[in-house]
Design a protein around this ligand. Structure first.
Ligand SMILES: Nc1c(NC[C@H](O)[C@H](O)[C@H](O)CO)[nH]c(=O)[nH]c1=O
Ligand SMILES: CC(=O)[C@@H](O)COP(=O)(O)O
Length: 165
């Protein structure tokens, strides 16, 4: 189902674990800051709405989405008590194939962090054809990808906790 038919900000709190005991890392790309900061706010607000505590959320910034992989890797190494990490980026098609290489590198890199590591890393990276699509998915008419990512982070943190027993 395409995003346009499935609002990114919709969630049912009765189906989401309480986040009060979870600690979250959020790594934010500085490219397209209006978009990435909008997604950060969506994620931050959703974590608090689901019982999370603002003191249990740590934010790091990186220059661009390509650096999200390294930033998330170092965050998981620096804070071993984290329960989930969210990688936030906005990649927008330009004139060249650079878009393709950045998107592929970031998606594969974050996938690798999940396969190789123990802390879930959530893929909150918009890969849009233009700025309007990015605006619509970071708090616009299609909702906020950051909200969706926060809900995924809470659920994956709970899954990791349950998997220990
Ligand atoms: N064009 C976009 C970029 N490009 C920068 C790369 O992510 C990277 O920082 C650079 O190649 C140096 O390694 N990044 C985005 O996040 N969004 C873009 O639209
Ligand atoms: C995703 C990018 O790196 C892209 O926005 C850069 O623009 P261009 O392809 O015109 O150099």
């Amino acid at each position: 189902m395409a995003t346009k038919n499935n609002n990114l900000s919709s969630y049912d709190k009765t189906t989401i674990p309480n986040a009060k005991d979870f600690r979250f890392g959020i790594v934010v790309s500085e490219w397209n800051p209006a978009i990435t900061n909008g997604m950060f706010q969506g994620a931050f607000d959703a974590i608090l709405d689901c019982g999370g505590i603002k003191e249990n959320i740590v934010r790091w910034n990186v220059p661009g989405s390509f650096e999200l992989v390294y930033g998330c890797k170092k965050m998981t190494e620096s804070y071993d008590m984290l329960d989930a990490v969210i990688a936030i980026g906005s990649v927008i098609q330009g004139e060249t194939k650079h878009f393709d290489y950045v998107c592929e590198a970031v998606s594969q890199g974050i996938k690798d962090l999940n396969v190789q590591g123990d802390i879930p890393v959530i893929f909150c990276v918009l890969t849009d054809n233009n700025m309007q699509q990015a605006i619509e998915r970071s708090g616009g008419k299609h909702g906020n990808k950051g909200t969706e990512a926060a809900i995924a982070a809470i659920k994956m943190a709970q899954l990791r906790k349950d998997a220990r027993f």
